[in-house]
Design a protein. Structure first.
Lengths: 122, 111
């Protein structure tokens, strides 16, 4: 059964870079038809897609975050990572990683990691 | 990239049916019959309930169904149960430039 687990610092200072890693177990990150994605949820608010990556390194980013986001993949470790630069308090959120199933223009996220809370504060 | 529009809240009594709408534009929901729906209980990760507009993953109750008309997708839950009380989100492909867009979420209360 495929499982995803987020890891990284739970506290980041304003203006610094948030870095998270998602480790995939129970399956290969190099499987075709799958992208891998990051989604966040500020406290008490809705879901926001951050970006997604294919095992080859092809990426899609949320236009509103694109200037600050970098998503990378390490197939040898079965991991993909998120970097979000110049963070502010508005970036405080639970960050989820998930497998993004893409078939032509059809897509859905399944499964999801448990999520990790990242707080931006000095 | 604008979020898909969902009602902030809906409610229903046990045994009743409710419908949650998800309104997009001709650039997302209207163009692609590809909406997925997620259920999220407090403090938990979202769970896929519907994909490709109307398909249910293995293990999801057949009380959950999805449909679409024009630019609006809908999630219907029949035979409401207390355990259905949660937040629900829709999600759509939004074209090659925006790729993915979520709805704002709907809080379902089972009275």
């Amino acid at each position: 059964q495929l499982q995803l687990q987020e890891s990284g610092p739970g506290l980041v200072k304003p203006s610094e870079t948030l870095s998270l890693t998602c480790t995939v177990s129970g399956g290969s990150i190099s499987s075709s038809s799958y992208y891998w994605g990051w989604i966040r949820q500020p406290p008490g608010k809705g879901l926001e897609w951050i970006g997604s990556i294919y095992y080859s390194g092809s990426t899609y980013y949320n236009p509103s975050l694109k200037s600050r986001v970098t998503i990378s993949v390490d197939t040898s470790k079965n991991q993909f990572s998120l970097k979000l630069s110049s963070v502010t308090a508005a970036d405080t959120a639970v960050y989820y990683c998930a497998r993004l199933v893409v078939v032509a223009a059809i897509l859905w996220f399944d499964p999801w990691g448990q999520g990790t809370l990242v707080t931006v504060s000095s | 990239q604008s979020a898909l529009t969902q009602p902030a809240s809906v409610s229903g009594s046990p045994g009743q049916s409710i419908t949650i709408s998800c309104t997009g534009t001709s650039s997302d929901v209207g163009s692609y019959n590809l909406v997925s729906w997620y259920q999220q209980h407090p403090g938990k990760a979202p769970k896929l309930m519907i994909y490709e507009g109307s398909k249910r993953p293995s293990g999801v109750s057949n009380r959950f169904s999805g449909s679409k008309s024009g630019n609006t997708a809908s999630l219907t839950i029949s035979g409401l149960q207390a355990e259905d009380e949660a937040d629900y989100y829709c999600c759509s492909y939004a074209g090659s430039s925006s790729f993915v867009v979520f709805g704002g979420g709907t809080k379902l209360t089972v009275l």
